[in-house]
Each structure stands twice: as C-alpha cells, then as structure tokens.
Design a protein around this ligand. Structure first.
Ligand code: SF4
Length: 388
C-alpha cells in the first residue's frame, strides 16, 4: 500500500523544499513538492525531481573505499567505517608526532548545507590543533559587506517583495539558484511591479526581466555609486531617514559621490550614462524598491566593498522603512540557530595557523611552509572543482 510522508529536501540550497514522498513497501517511489510548504509552495528544482531514483541508484557509494591502485587509476576496495577511522587516526597520530597537528589541513565548505553536515567537523580539527581553514569561497565577502553596513540587522524577508513596485535581481541567476523567489516576483508583477536584472552576462533570468543592465565584471560598485550620485543630486534621497538612521551618509555624499557621475561610471561599467541615470531615477521614485542581491559580485577581489555600496542604496531612499522595500542578501543567515553550539569556535587553539581555502594549491606546494601540509582531509567540498 502507498503512503505519502512529508519530508524536506536534503540538497544544497537554503530553501529546504517541503517534499511529499510516496512510500511503497518501505521504498520511496515518488517525490513531489509539498504545496502547503509556505515558502517553496510545491515547486522543486530539477535536482530533486526524481530523487527516488538517486536514493536507490545502484551506483551509490555506501561504504568507505580504500585506494588499492596508483593515484588516478581509479581502483578502490570497500572497507568498514571502523577500519577507515582507525587507519586515518593512526596516520594522523604519526604526523602529529613528527610534525605537529598543524601539518593536518581540513578542507570543507557547505556540502549539502545542512546545519550539522556543514559545521560538525569544525570542533574535531579545533581540538586537534590542526591548521584552521578560512572558508572564504562563495559568499563570505558578501556577508561581510552587508554586515559592515547593517550590523546584525536581518535582511528583508523574501515575501516582502510581493509588496514592492520595483524589484532588482542583482548578480543573481534566480531561475537557476533561487526559483522560489519567482513566486513572490510574479505576485508583485501582477500588482504592477517592474522587474530589473543586473548581471555581467545575459542569463535566462535577465530574459524574464523588464529591463537589463550589464556592467563589466567587478564594476557593480561603480554602478551603485553612480546611482547614489544621481539620487543625491536630483533630490531623490529620503533625507529624514538618512538623518534618523544612517551614519556616514553625509561624508560619502561629500567626499566620494561627486566623482561618480553617470558618465564616469559609464566608462568603468560599460553601461551608457543615460541608462544609469534612468535606472537611478526609477529607483529613487519607486514607492518601495526591493533588491534581491545574489553572490556573483561577491566573487571578485572587491566583493565586500561592492556589497557595502549596493547595501547603501535602500538606505539612501529609506526603502528599509517601507513595506515591500529593502534588500535581501540571503535567507540562509536568518539566525534561526546559534551555529557556535555545533562549530565550537571556543575550541580553536590561540595562534593556530590559518590557510585561506582559495590558496589551497599554494599551501600544498609551498616548500617553505612550516610545518608542511602532510594530510589534507576533504569533506563537504570538491576542491578539484572549486579551486582548480
Ligand atoms: S530548490 Fe532544489 S535543492 Fe533547493 S531545497 Fe528545493 S529541491 Fe532541494
């Protein structure tokens, strides 16, 4: 007999789709989205569409595998967890005896983004005194830039966008990575909102927008500065909001903005000055503009500063105070849990060496590194793919 059981998606995005799993004789035979899940509303992305096949696939790896051939030959044999753990522990102990624990480097990132899988390895390596990994890939620069402006204030909730009259999808390929936000956009659109997309190349998301701006890679900050310039010059700022809630706006306006005319920004970004001006005017005149900020801009060396500048835009027009207005960076940092309970940063040894995960290749090849890296422990990440 079939039974339908509610569950949630275990894959790698913060949306945590609600699932309805049809189970037959103890086996999942069909997966569908749960229409009653308040945020994901029954839509699953293609990764989950046939999860019942994945979960029962013959090729799934169910045990640890030990390499028995040369590296690259692809010859492995299954071993038990006990044997695998004992072998790793013995190997690490001899490394610690000869070189110290800093010769061990963990390498991990979000994995499937579950709170436990992401974070539960940290305490082991802190306690060991292993080299600490600075997990910098992807969006930490964005988080830092947002925090520098907004402190601990939470980003605007995605559902608020339904009330907006101007939604800007900035550096985000929404149709690939944030499909549920589309529900909110469609509601806003039916109520008359205009949708803008800003990205460094034309994605399918850009095709769904009413207007598309295409800055050169790494120049989004100059675009934001020019928008601020126009807002200030054309009397489109919310002065009362700035006086009451914003520190440093006056200095930004006096010292920095005069340089960033739309013409100057056009030279930097490649977007025609008139397009920048009309975008800025639309933003300044919108009742409640909403920015959905992705992570593309975070992946340049100026990612944090770019995010800071974009985060200033809603402040200049007082959008943070308006229903439907504001800025959403990510819903994953919504502070539902205190992750330090799992990560235990208090266990990290003072003065322990840190290595930036983007520098993995250098760290492994640097003959002057003392101690050298003698063991690399990779979990919840695929550095061959992400730091080739
Ligand atoms: S969007 Fe896809 S990966 Fe993300 S939670 Fe939903 S089904 Fe899972």
């Amino acid at each position: 007999m079939n039974e339908i059981k509610p569950s949630v998606c275990p894959y790698d995005c913060p949306d945590c789709c609600g699932l309805l799993v049809t189970v037959q004789d103890g086996r999942a035979v069909h997966i569908a989205g749960d229409p009653n899940h308040p945020f994901t509303r029954g839509t699953l992305c293609p990764k989950m569409a046939h999860y019942e096949r994945t979960v029962h696939a013959k090729g799934r790896i169910m045990t640890p595998l030990k390499r028995i051939g040369k590296k690259g030959e692809g010859r492995f044999k299954p071993i038990s967890w006990e044997a695998a753990i004992a072998e790793i522990a013995e190997h690490w102990q001899s490394i610690i005896d000869d070189f110290g624990a800093e010769a061990i480097l963990p390498y991990s990132y979000a994995g499937t983004m579950g709170t436990i899988g992401y974070s539960a390895g940290h305490p082991l390596f802190y306690k060991l005194g292993a080299t600490s990994l600075d997990r910098t890939i992807c969006a930490p620069a964005k988080s830092r830039g947002y925090r520098d402006v907004m402190g601990a204030t939470l980003p605007t909730a995605p559902q608020e966008a339904q009330e907006s009259d101007m939604i800007i999808l900035w550096s985000i390929s929404m149709l690939a990575t944030d499909i549920h936000f589309r529900h909110d956009i469609e509601i806003a659109r039916q109520r008359g909102a205009r949708i803008y997309c800003i990205d460094t190349y034309r994605t399918k998301t850009a095709d769904c927008a009413d207007a598309f701006l295409c800055p050169r890679p790494g120049t989004d900050g100059a675009l934001a500065l020019a928008v601020l310039h126009v807002l200030a010059k054309e009397g489109l700022c919310d002065r009362a909001f700035l006086r009451r809630h914003v520190q440093g706006a006056e200095a930004l306006e006096r010292k920095i903005l005069p340089r960033y005319t739309p013409e100057a920004a056009a030279d930097i970004t490649g977007i025609p000055a008139e397009d920048i001006r009309s975008f800025a005017r639309a933003y300044g005149r919108a009742r409640a503009p909403f920015i959905r900020l992705g992570s593309g801009q975070s992946r340049y060396t100026n990612g944090s500063m770019t995010t800071r500048l974009i985060t200033c835009l809603p402040a200049f027009v007082g959008a943070y105070a308006k229903k439907g207005g504001g800025l959403l960076t990510s819903a994953s940092g919504s502070h539902a849990f205190d992750k330090s309970i799992i990560r235990r940063p208090d266990l990290e040894r003072p003065g322990v060496r840190h290595i930036n995960m983007c520098e993995l290749g250098h760290a492994l090849n640097d003959a002057s590194l003392t101690p050298p890296i003698k063991a690399l422990y990779v979990y919840s990440s695929n550095p061959a793919c992400t730091v080739p």
